[in-house]
Ligand binder design. Structure first.
Ligand SMILES: [Zn+2]
Length: 492
C-alpha cells in the first residue's frame, strides 16, 4: 500500500508553504487505521508434535516513508521468555528493521522442540501494520492456517462462541491479573463465571468446552471481563472452530471504553515526533516520553529532553487521538524553544501561544486533524471550570505567573494561524485540498478559509522564513538540551 496519491501529498505543503524557501519538506504521515507502535498477539503456537508442527509467521508492514525498527518479544504461559527460531537461532527477543514503505516476514524454522504456546508483543518506533499466522503442518504439508490481527489491551472482550471455540488470554503487564469468562448459551442461560488467573506476562489458551462442559455446538456468546477494572487490562483472541475440524479467524472483540491510554499515548507521541523530526526543527536525540499516573490533567516539556503526559490529560481527550496529538505537538514546540535557547518562531513574545502554533502544525503534518486543537482546549476549559466568558476574559487581563492565556485566546491563536497559513498563494490550494479530504461538508466560509492576515501580532511570512533560518542555526549549534523550565504548574 502506498500513500503517494494526490490527497496525502498535499497535506505537507500546508506546512512547507510558509517556509517555501526552506531546504526541507515536511512529510505528512497518514496511517492505516490498524497501524500502531505497540502490537500485541494474544496467541502464539510453535513447535513439533507427533506427525506435524505448528509454525508462527509474523508479518510487519511499514507504510511510513522512513525505515522503522521493531522489537518482537515472546512470552510463554508462565510469563517467562519463549525462544522461537526465525533463522537466527532460538531467541525470545528479535530486533527487526522494516524498510520505508516495505514489509518483513518472520517464519519460524522447524525444530525438534515440542509445541509451546504463549503470546508476543511488538514495540516499534513508527506505527506498523502487523499480523500473526499460525500454520499447521501435517506430514510435511501445510494444511491449515489462521491469521490474527494485532490487538490492544482491553477491559472487556466479546466473541462468537460454541463449545469448540479456541480462546487465548494474555497478561501484558508486570503484575498478576484476574479475568472472568462467562458463556451466554443459545438457551439464554449464563454459564460461569470461570476465573482466569494469570501471573505477570502470563498466558492461557483453552477451548470453551474445557471451562464450560455444558456448552454445545449451538451459537453462543463468550464474554471476558476484568476483575479489577479498569486497571487490569488483558489481551484476548478467539479462533472459530466447529465439528468439521477446520478453524478460522473472528473479528476482534475488544470493547471500548476504557482504552489502553498507555498504548495510545505512545502511538500518538511516536507519530507526532517522527513528523516533527521531518521538519528538521527537532534533530539530535529524541525527547524522552514520560507517562505519569498522578491525578492531574497536565503535560510538560523540560530541559529540551523530556516530554511528560499525565494519564488524566489523555483520559480527558479520551475519544480523540487528534486532540492528544495537538497537546503532544504543543510540548514538542516547547522542546524546540528550549533547545533554541528560548527563540520563538511563530509568535513575537508569548512562549505558550508560540507552542500552540507548533502544536497545531506538528499535529497536522502527522496526519491528524488540526481543528482538534479547539477540542482539546475546550475540554481543558470545561475540566478546569473556566469555560465561562467572564472567566476567559479575566484570564486574559489579569497578570498570571506564566505565559498561558485564556483557552479562548489560545483557540483563537490556532484558528488565526491556520487561516494565516492558508493565505499564501502556495497555501491556498493546499488548504482547500486538506479541507476537501478531512472536512468536505464544511461550508466554504469555514476555516481553513482564506483571508488576509497578519493580525494579532503574528510574524509575516518573510519574517518567519528569516526566523526559521535563525532557529535552525541555533538548533544546530545546540547539540543537546540544557536550558528550559518545566511547563507544568498551572496547565500544559
Ligand atoms: Zn505550554
Amino acid at each position: 500500500m502506498r500513500f503517494s496519491n494526490k490527497r496525502f501529498r498535499l497535506l505537507p505543503s500546508i506546512f512547507s508553504c510558509i517556509l517555501a524557501s526552506a531546504p526541507w519538506v515536511a512529510q505528512a504521515q497518514p496511517q492505516p487505521a490498524s497501524a500502531h507502535v505497540n502490537l500485541y498477539f494474544a496467541q502464539i503456537a510453535d513447535g513439533q508434535f507427533d506427525g506435524g508442527r505448528w509454525q508462527t509467521v509474523i508479518t510487519l508492514v511499514n507504510t511510513n516513508t522512513k525505515g522503522a525498527e521493531a522489537l518482537i518479544e515472546f512470552y510463554n504461559s508462565q510469563g517467562a521468555e519463549l525462544p522461537v527460531d526465525f533463522g537466527g537461532g532460538m531467541q525470545s527477543k528479535h530486533m527487526v528493521q522494516i524498510p520505508p514503505e516495505g514489509s518483513v516476514t518472520l517464519a519460524s524454522r522447524p525444530s525438534t522442540v515440542p509445541v509451546r504456546s504463549g503470546w508476543a508483543r511488538v514495540f516499534a518506533d513508527l506505527p506498523l501494520m502487523g499480523s500473526a499466522s499460525y500454520r499447521l503442518w501435517l506430514g510435511g504439508r501445510a494444511v491449515q492456517e489462521v491469521t490474527a490481527p494485532p490487538t490492544l489491551p482491553t477491559a472487556y472482550y466479546a466473541s462468537y462462541a460454541n463449545r469448540e471455540l479456541g480462546v487465548a488470554v494474555a497478561n501484558p503487564r508486570n503484575r498478576s491479573l484476574q479475568v472472568t469468562a462467562s458463556l451466554l448459551t443459545a438457551d439464554g442461560a449464563l454459564l460461569g463465571p470461570s476465573l482466569i488467573a494469570l501471573p505477570p506476562y502470563g498466558h492461557t489458551a483453552f477451548n470453551v468446552r474445557d471451562r464450560f462442559p455444558a456448552a454445545d455446538f449451538r451459537d453462543s456468546m463468550l464474554r471476558l471481563e476484568c476483575v479489577s477494572c479498569p486497571d487490569d487490562l488483558f489481551l484476548a483472541w478467539t479462533m472459530n472452530a466447529d465439528a468439521s475440524g477446520t478453524f478460522s479467524s473472528l473479528p476482534p472483540g475488544n470493547v471500548t471504553p476504557p482504552i489502553s491510554h498507555w498504548d495510545r499515548i505512545w502511538n500518538v507521541y511516536q507519530r507526532v515526533l517522527h513528523a516533527a523530526r521531518e521538519t528538521d526543527f527537532i534533530t539530535g536525540p529524541s525527547p524522552r516520553l514520560v507517562i505519569l499516573y498522578d491525578k492531574q490533567v497536565n503535560a510538560y516539556a523540560k530541559g529540551g529532553s523530556e516530554v511528560g503526559v499525565y494519564m488524566g490529560l489523555s483520559e480527558l481527550l479520551g475519544d480523540s487521538d487528534s486532540e492528544l496529538a495537538y497537546v503532544v505537538g504543543h510540548e514538542l514546540g516547547h522542546i524546540v524553544q528550549q533547545r533554541a535557547g528560548g527563540l520563538l518562531l511563530w509568535h513575537p513574545d508569548n512562549v505558550e501561544l508560540d507552542a500552540d502554533i507548533w502544536g497545531a502544525m506538528f499535529a497536522m503534518i502527522s496526519g491528524y486533524d488540526a481543528y482538534a486543537a479547539a477540542g482539546a482546549l475546550s475540554k481543558l476549559a470545561m475540566a478546569t471550570g473556566s469555560a465561562g466568558l467572564m472567566t476567559q476574559f479575566f484570564e486574559d487581563i489579569i497578570p498570571v505567573a506564566d505565559a498561558h492565556r485564556s483557552f479562548n485566546t489560545r483557540m483563537e491563536t490556532v484558528y488565526e494561524f491556520l487561516t494565516f497559513l492558508c493565505s499564501t498563494d502556495i497555501g491556498r490550494p493546499a488548504c482547500q485540498d486538506y479541507k476537501s479530504i478531512l472536512h468536505p461538508h464544511l461550508p466554504d466560509s469555514a476555516p481553513l478559509r482564506i483571508e488576509d492576515l497578519e493580525r494579532r501580532g503574528y510574524r509575516s511570512p518573510a519574517e518567519i522564513r528569516m526566523r526559521a533560518e535563525d532557529l535552525r542555526t541555533r538548533l544546530a549549534a545546540t547539540e543537546a538540551a540544557s536550558a528550559g523550565e518545566p511547563d507544568g504548574g498551572r496547565r500544559y
